[in-house]
Design a protein around this ligand. Sequence first.
Ligand code: PGA
Length: 255
Amino acid sequence: MKKDVRKAVIAGNWKMNKTPSEAKALIEEMKPLVKDATCDVVLCVPFVDIYAAVEAAKGSNIKIGAENVHFKESGAYTGEVSADMLKEAGVEYVVIGHSERRTYFAETDQTVNLRTLAALKAGLKPIICVGETLEQRELGYTETLLKFQTKMALTNVPAEAMKDIIIAYEPVWAIGTGVTATDDQADEGNGFVRAAIEEKYGKDVAEATTVQYGGSMNAGNAEGLLSKVNVDGGLIGGASLKAPDFATIVAAASK
Ligand code: PGA
């Protein structure tokens, strides 16, 4: 982390977990545990949990995010949710381009970009996920791929909007597998993302952009990962479903 120049952000990504009543209970449990955080604390929750989550988080330092957003403003897109709908519901952040969405729901770098633009237009803060598969890593394409995904996601995004954008480096091989990138691998991957931002927007913007690491970050390994200069926070899956574990990660980012 380099907290003097950029914000540290710990975001939970609940994925398809927790009913609305369970969401309320988990947030109530988390509130006192994270109240002294000096990093930003975000919980990205399923669409149907948003109302309960926003209510439960009111008056606390927990901000609520969504896990996806459609790129059209409205229309005949059965089952989809627009950025304006999320904004009015009290959502501040939205995860875009998670590898599970790219893998299971055919999202592409182009739709990731369109979602990013739609989110920004509505005043939401995108958390854009990029990351290589194990095969891509072994073939030596990690840097090329991370730079490409980052730049594609940011197509037509003006420099002024970068203050509202977080990029999360999430190596696909580390997500939900229990295999974490080493501290140095995370730092290197985040560094490739930052280099891509620098190539597109210059050094000042790159230095000011929050780049998270995600992929089996947990209470035991967070401190090491967050000690790296390019790791400005985390996008936390499994460990964000347990209040004490999530709070430990928030505490590590608050040092
Ligand atoms: P994980 O998920 O922490 O369970 O590996 C991270 C993510 O998918 O954002």
